[in-house]
Design a protein around this ligand. Structure first.
Ligand code: DGY
Length: 317
């Protein structure tokens, strides 16, 4: 039986599945493990089932036991793992695409709506109980018929587009390449980021965190948006230069921001925590029983497939 380290607690069905086919070391108390614990804990293992709370950088990868042949990440994003360093050591890295697409798209829409319709301020007022209805009380921005720019038209970006179409939104996007017509579904392709931003009354970040996308939303690109745009990020914090964003939120250039992923999680930028026009959730994108079970099962079956066949269809390229 192959031995694996499961770095964080999974939902019961997935742990049961792992224990059936592997000698699996579990993290029963679900403590966040540091790099040293990861290296030590996987010392006698053939594989690791990791989570986004572990930063598996080149330094960690260099120190992993030579018995470790695969890192199966419990997420579709894999910015926490240095893929190049893993490849150099012949360690396969896998992720969990598809199964979390719909849940994550729901949260992307929730933060866009929350930011646009001033949900944070609204909830605060409601809890204070001393608000008064008036014709101009907490007026927000309406999604109906507005232009939505999507950065990254992969599975999640396209699922966001599908929901947004039901609001009558007009979809624009920027991606490494233009999609086939059947996937594009009349969304309007922009071959430059600046061109996309210039038409984005609403904007949703759904691209992966890579060297190329780091701080792609910065003081220069923020100027490209129409005044009063509503922005959201349900992917990873890396894409936003937070100081530049805070300035734009304070000046009103950006009307509001919805976040489900941010730099330094769980430590939020102090201005994001206090600004009334920032609506933040604690990385809930895939957090439903259905989706987290499917992700856990897929992360286990990625290991199973790899150990049986020497390869895995969900290998990160
Ligand atoms: C992912 O899969 O990348 C999600 O952010 C994890 O919740």
């Amino acid at each position: 039986m192959k031995k694996i380290l499961i770095t964080r607690k999974l939902l019961p069905l997935s742990e049961k599945y792992a224990l059936k086919i592997f000698n699996a070391k579990l993290n029963k108390e679900d403590k966040i493990i540091n790099q040293e614990d990861l290296i030590k804990g996987s010392n006698d293992c053939d594989g690791i089932l990791s989570s986004l709370t572990e930063k598996i950088d080149a330094g960690v990868i260099a120190k992993l036991s030579s018995s470790v042949k695969i890192i199966s990440n419990f997420a579709v994003g894999y910015g926490n793992i240095d893929i190049v360093a893993a490849r150099k050591r012949n360690i396969v890295v896998t992720n969990t695409p598809d199964v979390l697409t719909d849940a994550t798209a729901e949260i992307a829409i929730l933060i866009l709506l929350g930011a646009a319709r001033r949900a944070k301020e609204g909830a605060e007022w409601a809890n204070k109980k001393d608000w008064k209805w008036s014709a101009d009380f907490l007026m927000g921005k309406q999604l109906t018929g507005a232009r939505l720019g999507i950065l990254g038209m992969g599975r999640i970006g396209r699922a966001v587009a599908n929901i947004a179409r039901s609001f009558g939104m007009i979809i624009h996007y920027h991606n490494r390449s233009q999609l086939d017509k059947n996937l594009e579904k009349e969304a309007i392709y922009h071959n430059s980021l600046e061109s996309l931003l210039s038409v984005s009354d609403f904007f949703s970040i759904n691209c992966p965190a890579t060297k190329e996308t780091k701080h792609i939303i910065n003081k220069d690109t923020l100027k490209c948006f129409p005044d009063g745009a509503v922005l959201s990020n349900s992917a990873r914090g890396d894409m936003i230069d937070d100081d530049a964003m805070v300035k734009s939120l304070k000046s009103g250039k950006i009307f509001s921001l919805g976040l489900d992923a941010y730099n330094g999680e769980p430590n939020i930028h102090p201005d994001y925590a206090t600004l009334p026009n920032v609506f933040v959730l604690p990385h809930l994108g895939s957090s439903t029983i259905k989706t987290r079970t499917a992700m856990g099962n897929l992360a286990v079956s990625n290991l199973e497939e790899f150990f049986k066949t020497g390869k895995c269809k969900n290998t990160v390229k």
